[in-house]
Design a binder for this molecule. Sequence first.
Ligand code: FBP
Length: 547
Amino acid sequence: MTKSALQIARAAYQPKLPKALKGAVVAKEGEPTQSVADQEEIKKLFPNTYGMPLIQFVEGEAKEFAPMNVGVILSGGQAPGGHNVISGLFDGIKKLNPANKLYGFILGPGGLVDHKYMELTADIIDEYRNTGGFDIIGSGRTKLEKEDQFEKGYEILKELGIKALVIIGGDDSNTNACVLAEYYAAKKYGIQVIGCPKTIDGDLKNEMIETSFGFDTACKTYSEVIGNIERDCNSARKYWHFIKLMGRSASHIALECALQTQPNICIISEEVEAKNLSLDDIVTHIAQVVADRAAAGNNFGTVLIPEGLIEFIPAMKRLIAELNDFLAVNGEEFNSIKRSKQREYIISKLSPENAAIYASLPEGVARQLSLDRDPHGNVQVSLIETEKLLSEMVANKLAAWKEEGKFVGKFAAQHHFFGYEGRCAAPSNFDADYCYSLGYTASMLIANGKTGYMSSVRNTTAPAAEWIAGGVPITMMMNMERRHGEMKPVIQKALVKLDGAPFKAFAAMRDTWAKETAYVYPGPIQYFGPSEVCDQPTKTLQYEQAK
Ligand code: FBP
């Protein structure tokens, strides 16, 4: 297989481990834990895995461990560093006993249920060290939540003599990992389940999980390109760039990229919701910044837009809900109407508030809202090209302002969506080290007989040697939430906190960034060179942990 020069050099990188994990370790147990909310309900649902103590690994005496087999699953969207979690896990179990074996289930949780697996040998692992992607075993979005799936999984785990399963995933996958751990514990199957926090979205974090892996590399990759666009923009001085950034619901990625690149505008969905802003409020704000910059002779700029924005605009949420309900009942009639008359038809059927919003939307977006629905009959919000929607509405507003003499400049827009570009990038040193440590820690949790824990590595703004490795009971992160009409125990999703340090830092600077051209150009991720260039954690972590 042909490899790039960087691939070859990077293969030799030895990820840094916390000092405590370098030799033999012992598990130090803390106080019993409680879930973040709804303690009574969660305790009842997880009688075997609720209330367990926090674990911290400290240096200890070497011990002998009987041979064991371990399974691993990559679940959900790709995130840089997954291969290093697996190599850390592999090295960890081999250190415990060289006879230990690691099995990977193919294409996500579905591989466990369908009994598709492969043994991950040293040769295979070595091919994937420090590389991006999840292609070593593939990933998938099958949800592990039903008893028959747990039983099918048990069949193959038993057959392969697997003592512990590591599930690398986001909040939903780790919730399911905990349900599985509880199920196997209740059935006394003797199989441990350990989770690892993954997602570029950065929304699986809390007091004990400082960040999900992949967020660092993905944000650095997007910020590199945003910086390049900003420089192009400041060179040509003729375009406004509207850049949508992945991240599903939470705006962590947009916020982090804004802190790294200082664009003229960055919309934060959580703020839009908290201030009950309308689409028109957002459009007016952008148009005003465009007009003010034009008045100063700057007909260019950059706008960052989080992927989930639409669903955080309260009025849009109401419109989408009414459309979902209306089309669920009247879908056939709608489809029988001539395409050119469909927009009018919808407007005539909606409540006056929603009809007015629908009528104000550009044709393409209005169509998307009434056509593209998922199998549950909901609008596929992620398909809405918010970057185009906003720029088109801004253009319309500016045209009106021009007639009134309120806008004197020119407005030409370019559109971008960054998401998949960053999910499989070669992990930054931070993610390479963090992921390897998470995997290695998972092996220590297994060796110590733990189940229902998430691997945790903290103190991540300090050098890697000072990181603190341990485990957090997954039930500790749970609360009850309504899902598909039923109350379910789930890990609380972390949205951007408006009283958090990263948002506050952004809010304090954004007016200056809007007026001035204060762009910062982060450049590509550096893997070799001075530590201040190669090993910086995200700005989000730096602000959150600033003493
Ligand atoms: P995970 O939370 O599963 O890691 O996925 C993150 C994500 O990249 C989101 O940012 C994005 O909305 C979604 O996956 C896209 O999913 P898909 O890969 O199925 O298109």
